[in-house]
Design a protein around this ligand. Sequence first.
Ligand SMILES: [Zn+2]
Length: 684
Amino acid sequence: MKNIYKKTSTYLAVLSAFALCAYQTKKIVDQPNDPIYKHIDPSVSPGTDFFSYANGTWLKQNPIPPAYSSWGIGNEVTEEIRDRLKKINEDALTANAAKGTATQKIGDFYYTGMDSTGIEKAGITPLQAQLNMIDQANDIAGILNAAAILTTTGTRNILGVRVSQDDKNSSKMMVQMGQTGLGLPNRDYYFKTDARTTRIRNDYNGKYLPTMLQLSGWDEQKAFAGAKSAYNIEKFLADSSRKLESLRDPYKNYNKITLAQLNRLTPNINWDGVFKTMEFKPVDSVIVGQPEYYKAVNQALKTFSANDWKAYLRLKLLSSYASYLNTALADESFRFSAKVLRGQKEQLPRWKRVLDTENGIMGELLGQLFVKVYFPEKSKERYIAEVEAIRQSYREHIMKLDWMSPQTKQKALDKLNAIHPKVGYPDQWKDFSTLVITRDSYAGNVMQARHWAYLVNINKLGKPINHQEWNMTPQTYNANYSPSNNEITLPAAQLLIPGMKDEDVDDAVAYGYVAASTIGHEITHGFDDEGRQFDAKGNLKAWWTPEDSVKFTQRAQMLVDQFNGYVVLDSLHINGKATLGENIADLGGIVLGVDAFKKTKQYKEGKKINGFTPMQRFFLGYAMGWLTHQRDEVLANQILTDVHAPAFLRVNVPLTDVPEFYDAFHIKKGDKMWIEPDKRVKIW
Ligand SMILES: [Zn+2]
């Protein structure tokens, strides 16, 4: 994934002491609209902190708005798109479109979301039926029944069940069961004792949980007791949940068992009944990611009382739907989830929140309209060509590797050749014909839509894989690699530079911004610590010789050590192991991008634009891909829960491993960005 985050002010303060000399840039401006040129902070030397040099002026001019917890190029893209989508929604609102059409669904969804009077009047009634169902659960069977039904309408609780491809047989869909059930971002939040985490935890169980219960109609005493019960259940489950880095081993997180074995693993759970309630066709076997988690659930069902479970499930439902309910609930949800956890100061205006929700529910309906206007065929062709340029660069890199045997090289090339790119937008759009949206209730629409999406997912069981389907919308600012399909998905929004026509972007910038930071990054995921364990057909299978595996792991360990060395906030240091896959992908993306770019006309001609050589522009374009800054709360959250390192490190660390970067910016010994040649990591 390409998710983007950024820096801490602490880091900046330390670095600014080193920023003694400004890097010399020429004053000639050939392209006044050149983002590369406009973003540079000439008071920072590229050899001291390349990220701040490349992006510093933009960052100073664009502080994080109060309604955001981070702000960067991805936000600019998102804002631009949201403005366009608003117009589409407002037109749909008054179109009087025929029932069942895309326009009717878009218009009616927007209507209910914007109807703040109706939402206020309805209060908690859209959840009443589910609240009653939870209240009637008086034994383990009843609790499981309620948990199963909540899952079918998108309320995550103890059952982390979904349908996706079998890691060891990518042509088959399987029921997959993973750890879940927590209300805090992950297991570490229940145990870490530093001041920041303790404050969050205390707010969660002492304020947020009881307030939500009170707002749902419970009296104070009952609410506090209920919050305590729910928190104790979560802590119990957290104790048996795996840490972030332990989720990266695809073999250890793959346990295929029969339904009979599952029933034996968790004797307090009648899975036949649970799956039936969850609307599954008969299930004969499942893949359990973390069996110890399900053992803990099994134990917890006996350990905690029915009343404890009622409070837990009630809170799960409230947290899951609060944003679509009356002001009191929505505000408390915002206070904890956005303010306390992410440092966001104020809520986004309602129309933006509604559009974000709508995007999550029927994004492809909106996406079709979006790409028509903003992603011309010519851009699609340009980035398909960049994919092929990166693929060719990777072939050459693999063939030249001095540490890999010819045997493994051949298999790597086979896999590389088989990678399927999805660029811009789907060739075949999702079918939303069975999704029903009305003007009755906002939360009701969300519930309907979540149930619809749930059924779409579980009905994949037993069916062939649809390789045309996209797992992201074209207007999403992100990209990904799918190991099971051996494919990359590059949504249109990720490829365009906000405020610029694609045809005005020179190749140097396009190769840095897209080919290196996105295409090369995603393709390298097929060969990172996790991805390399899947073969050309997307199956988890050992295709490396044992010696080559050892050599790969040794090289990867250098990157783990490199990142482990960074403490970014208070006592929080980067988890080199958890972020390894992303760091391998970043470094791979840069080196593949550099060599692909060297083959372009612009590189060969060597003409400067706005005082910068083509290779300098390439690296500046790469840094623009990570142009973002974030609040400390987000940074702390990211370090504990995210496999991506903060954005400034995704620029400053891998670049120190790349010889062309040293040459392009004349980095020399003594510069902060300089590391000894034998310490530089080279994997691909
Ligand atoms: Zn990634």
